[in-house]
Design a protein around this ligand. Structure first.
Ligand code: ADP
Ligand code: MG
Length: 293
């Protein structure tokens, strides 16, 4: 059988209740997802995109899994505006696998309730222990009817074989469109910085915070200066994430810098520091930050 074209794949996705797109960097996952959104809208459906690509976000800010409902084609012009968010706390697909799987599953569940075609776009890490674990558990919890694996050569065959063998899910493989030119690491980092800049637009409000509002809980006696610059998810009750914030510790006072402080009930600690002027990142291990080990 001939390998299906991008157009054919997008048509299949547009006609499937829940599909998940997997593949390496620049294999065309997001392009197929957006084409499927257009096709689904054209046939009178209400597509919902779940963007689980925490490092290369299309919908919503990086370090989150975001969801967008498409009611009209003009919603495609406002991709960065998410309808719902779930904080993960890292931009590295191989870190915080539990948080990524849970966030994707929660967003996929909400997406099923908000529309009739759910498209889950995922991170580029699909091989190795972390990548396969991530894909395995995302599939297990999101229960897509179809997985589309986009690949150069046969690079996705191991993960595809595993998903078919263990989870009995239908996986369709397709080659990456040869016209795709891979994005340079610099361009990718710029795009990510723009995503953070949109989510943390200056001027930021500075809310004083008590050390008791965090998840996970801060250990007694923690030097709060260690939290300076840490990325947080600003949470409201009921588990939803209002947006991003960055902690600051100055003049003996802990504050969160954010645009979404209204209605916040708690802060989820991320595993990175973010400089709010340069958007430079530093990856962290929370256990190290809290206990120095
Ligand atoms: N048919 C195509 N011709 C040329 N460039 C393309 C084509 N399809 C996608 N691209 C570009 O290639 C890049 C990677 O595609 P994308 O869908 O974002 O991949 P992924 O989501 O798998 O990382 C994007 O910049 C996109 O605009
Ligand atoms: Mg993408």
């Amino acid at each position: 059988m001939a390998e299906p074209s991008t157009e054919t794949i997008a048509r299949i996705v547009a006609g499937t209740p829940v599909s998940m797109l997997i593949g390496g960097l620049d294999t065309g996952k997001t392009t197929v997802a957006l084409e499927a959104v257009r096709l689904a809208l054209a046939s009178g459906k209400r597509p919902v995109l779940v963007d689980a690509d925490v490092g290369n976000s299309t919908v919503g800010p990086p370090a989150c899994v975001s969801l967008k409902v498409f009611r009209t084609p003009s919603d495609l012009d406002r991709l960065d505006e998410a309808d719902d968010l779930h904080f993960v706390g890292t931009i590295l697909p191989s870190r915080l696998v539990l948080q990524q799987v849970i966030a994707t599953s929660v967003m996929a569940q909400k997406a099923r309730e908000m529309g009739d075609v759910v498209i889950i776009d995922t991170t580029a890490v699909a091989s190795g222990v972390a990548g396969e674990t991530l894909k395995y558990h995302k599939t297990e919890l999101c229960r897509p009817e179809r997985i589309i694996a986009l690949q150069r050569g046969e690079e996705m065959e191991p993960v595809v074989g595993m998903l078919r063998r263990f989870l009995g899910v239908e996986v369709i493989t397709a080659p990456t469109d040869p016209a795709i030119l891979p994005m340079s690491p610099d361009a990718r980092a710029r795009k990510r910085a723009e995503g953070f800049a949109r989510a943390l637009r200056h001027p930021l409000d500075r809310w004083k915070v008590r050390p008791t509002v965090f998840a996970p809980t801060l250990p007694v006696g923690l030097q709060l200066t260690r939290l300076d610059g840490v990325l947080v998810g600003v949470q409201s009750g009921g588990g939803s994430c209002l947006g991003l914030g960055v902690l600051s510790f100055e003049d003996d006072t802990l504050r969160v810098m954010t645009n979404v402080g209204e209605g916040m009930t708690g802060l989820r600690l991320g595993s990175m520091r973010l400089d709010i002027d340069s958007y430079q990142l530093q990856m962290l291990n929370l256990r190290e930050v809290m206990f120095g080990v």
